[in-house]
Design a protein around this ligand. Sequence first.
Ligand SMILES: *Cc1c(COP(=O)(O)O)cnc(C)c1O
Length: 398
Amino acid sequence: MNNRFIYLDHAATTAMRPEVFEAMQPYFIEKYGNPSSIYSLARDGKKAIEESRDKVAGVLGGRSDEIFFTGSGTEADNWAIKGVAYANKFKGNHIITTSIEHHAVLNTCQYLESDGFEVTYLPVDENGLVTPEQVEKAIKPNTILISIMFANNEIGTIQPISEIGKLARERGIYFHTDAVQAVGNVPINVADMNIDLLSLSGHKFYGPKGIGSLYIRKGVKITSLLHGGSQERGRRASTENVSAIVGLGKAIELATRNIEEQSKKLIALRDRTIEEVMRKIPYVKLNGHMMQRLPGNVNFAFEFIEGESVLLMLDMKGIAASTGSACTSGSLDPSHILLAIGVSPELANGSLRLTFGEENTQEDVDYLLEVLPAIVERLREMSPLYEGVEGGNKSYAV
Ligand SMILES: *Cc1c(COP(=O)(O)O)cnc(C)c1O
């Protein structure tokens, strides 16, 4: 009986830290007051929200009055893009983004296209990188917004954010970055990097789900998505999710406390996994950039097999991972990100994403390296595609 459980899907979500849970608890039953009320029960919640705002501002290098809480990373992305588009449509209707954004950005841009906006989806190179030169060339007189993700959720590629921020600022074009995967993994400073809007999400850095934040630089013209009460300085109506906001504040504080040390540890796990898998398993491709890569991200494409079958067999061995292939993602298409970096649809279906997090150890990697090569080999032996391949199972019969 195998009762080991190893979680290697931190890009999908993370377990909340116990300290975060503890910090949130008082705001469910004891300190339940509505932060907009004036009695002391409510003031506790109001104060906690502002402390959380200060923490987020401190981590990002912005001011507290530039931090707004949202219901998710998805909402932050929607708000940044739709809000800037609608508030600035008198100036222009052109938006620049990339072809490898998260659907929260891509589908928002597509929605805006149906409403009269024009969107340029920049292609990326085989490592998933977009260059500042590409961005510069795409700028037109009617460009109002550039939205480029900080780090990719599937292949981990980190974009040249500072350079893009600089050129956007010089031209007076707003620059938004979806930093949902980057916060807690890479140092970020919105002032140094010339970022006007930045999205983040609590559950990607050991905080609660259903809470995000949007940094909006002072002076950025943006409309609201939610109209109602005057919460979030009149920009985002809804009674505040006090406990989740407190949890996000605590989580971002803990996740960024010793980011260097933590990222060194993750890089060690990542690089050993990459090296050993490439050494032990033939016909495998590493997706994403070798260096400009999130510390905990590994993404392979295995030839001749389905990523989904690898996931099921890993699950039987107690390992949770992810694939950019059909079905698991709820759609029939292979990952748009893998296709954008030039991976064929067939190979994209054999992809496996392993994302390490703070509780993972070298022993976890030992175990992974023990089971993964055997799983790949076994699946290949059953694969008609592998028949006749050098080293492959030649006795396969339908
Ligand atoms: C997870 C994720 C989102 C969405 O955040 P939610 O809080 O889950 O809505 C957006 N962008 C990226 C890059 C993500 O990884």
